[in-house]
Design a protein. Structure first.
Length: 116
């Protein structure tokens, strides 16, 4: 199993970023996918989740109305569109999936920094 994130960077408050996670090595369309983040000195927290077929999504209260998770089960990618970014959104963002056959899997993470 491999999860590879991309799209992080430095952005000013109020700006936008689009994170992508490309998955391989398992039947992607069968599993829910999640984005987590970890700020310096803090525990990793769940940001957004999407069901296997993409019809159901869930968000942390802190990002509702600003972030949108989506997936493409043909390209095996999951995307996190982040708008109206705040300094408190700064952290390393990780793609995650939990499977029965392949265990719990994490990407290497992508750094998001929101600062003026």
């Amino acid at each position: 199993v491999q999860l590879v994130e991309s799209g992080g960077g430095l952005v000013q408050p109020g700006g936008s970023l689009r994170l992508s996670c490309r998955a391989s090595g398992f039947p992607f369309s069968r599993y829910a996918m999640r984005w987590y983040r970890q700020a310096p000195g803090k525990a990793r927290e769940l940001v957004a989740a999407i069901a296997n077929a993409g019809g159901s999504t869930d968000y942390a209260d802190s990002v509702k109305g600003r972030f949108t998770i989506s997936r493409d089960n043909v390209q095996n990618t999951v995307t996190l569109q982040m708008n109206s970014l705040k300094p408190e959104d700064t952290g390393v963002y990780y793609c995650n999936c939990v499977t029965l056959a392949y265990g719990t899997n994490w990407g290497q993470g992508t750094q998001v920094t929101v600062s003026s």
